[in-house]
Ligand binder design. Structure first.
Ligand code: GLU
Length: 296
């Protein structure tokens, strides 16, 4: 296990189904970025939404990562065990006046591009089930950071809206959970798909509000269907191969999708060899700052 590097990265899949080529690219990018600097690389299963997570999907994902040679450090962390930590973070936000209860349903604000903040100064219908939202208009604005691939980013979180932190059904929402766990795991570098770029401003806002360090961000191009849609379970992206020959080819393809230009001779090599090459040659500057790559 690597020891001296301060780098701590993670792959944080939602176990809504098996990994596909799009998730392989995200996993591989974050793995190579960590291992290229002898950093730690963790796996966190983001299973905060049980209805979306079929039984066995997390195990399948872990098996797939191992089959592709993407071995992680330490224990796998599961978000469903972290209720107390998320609640504690929410209490701190409430105490700071940065989180408020909200009874509004999406149907009520469907004519607006974002939730208009009607419950900010008092819950509209207190007898209804309540969600908790972030005051996106308070705190430092705009939020700026330097993405390692896409460069300077500037967002006003208030134009993105008061994101939900805890849902009406009591389940935790992604933004609070991810910030809490990135901080708890001491994550220094977040490497993930560019579909999450516009979630980053809320996460940075939460990090500041909670006094957590701000990781560096590297958003990776998305793998898309011929119609330009992100590969996903919804558009029936096939799961990763489990046949050893196909695993080699898919891993090689993923290196190419990350613009790493692996030598053709590597295409039939076992995962360990391909990954060793990938680690030795990892270059973010070699990547084109364009947000999509076609699926094969
Ligand atoms: N769980 C999220 C997903 O599967 C990714 C979270 C992250 O990398 O910040 O899309």
């Amino acid at each position: 296990m690597p020891t001296h590097s301060p780098y701590r990265g993670r792959f944080a899949p939602t176990p809504s189904g098996p990994l596909h080529l799009g998730s392989l690219v995200a996993a591989l990018g974050s793995f190579l970025d960590a291992r290229a600097v002898q950093g730690h690389w963790f796996v966190r299963i983001e299973d905060i939404d049980p209805p979306r997570c079929p039984a066995g999907a997390a195990d399948t994902i872990l098996r797939q990562l191992e089959a592709f040679g993407l071995h992680w450090d330490g224990e796998v962390r599961f978000q469903h065990r972290r209720d107390d930590a998320y609640q504690h973070a929410l209490e701190r936000l409430k105490a700071a006046g940065l989180a408020y209860p909200c009874s509004c349903s999406r149907k009520q604000w469907r004519d607006y591009p974002i939730y208009p903040g009607w419950c900010r100064d008092g819950v509209c219908e207190p007898e209804k089930p309540l969600a908790w939202r972030l005051r996106s208009d308070l705190g430092e604005r705009p939020i700026r950071w330097q993405d390692r691939l896409f460069g300077e980013q500037t967002f006003d979180p208030a134009t993105l809206g008061d994101v939900v932190l805890k849902r009406k059904d009591g389940l935790w929402a992604y933004q609070l959970a991810v910030v809490e766990d990135d901080a708890a795991q001491g994550i220094t570098d977040v490497v993930r798909g560019i579909d999450l770029l516009d979630n980053t401003p809320w996460q940075r806002q939460l990090q500041r509000a909670l006094g957590y360090p701000e990781p560096r961000y590297l958003h990776l191009p998305l793998i898309v269907t011929p119609a330009g849609q992100k590969l996903s379970k919804q558009n029936l992206a096939p799961p990763l191969a489990d046949d050893p020959a196909l695993i080699r080819r898919q891993l090689f393809w993923a290196l190419k999708a990350l613009d790493q230009a692996p030598p053709v001779a590597l295409a039939e090599s076992p995962p360990q060899e391909q990954l060793a090459w990938g680690i030795a040659n990892w270059s973010v500057t070699r990547m084109a700052a364009t947000d999509q790559r076609p699926a094969p």
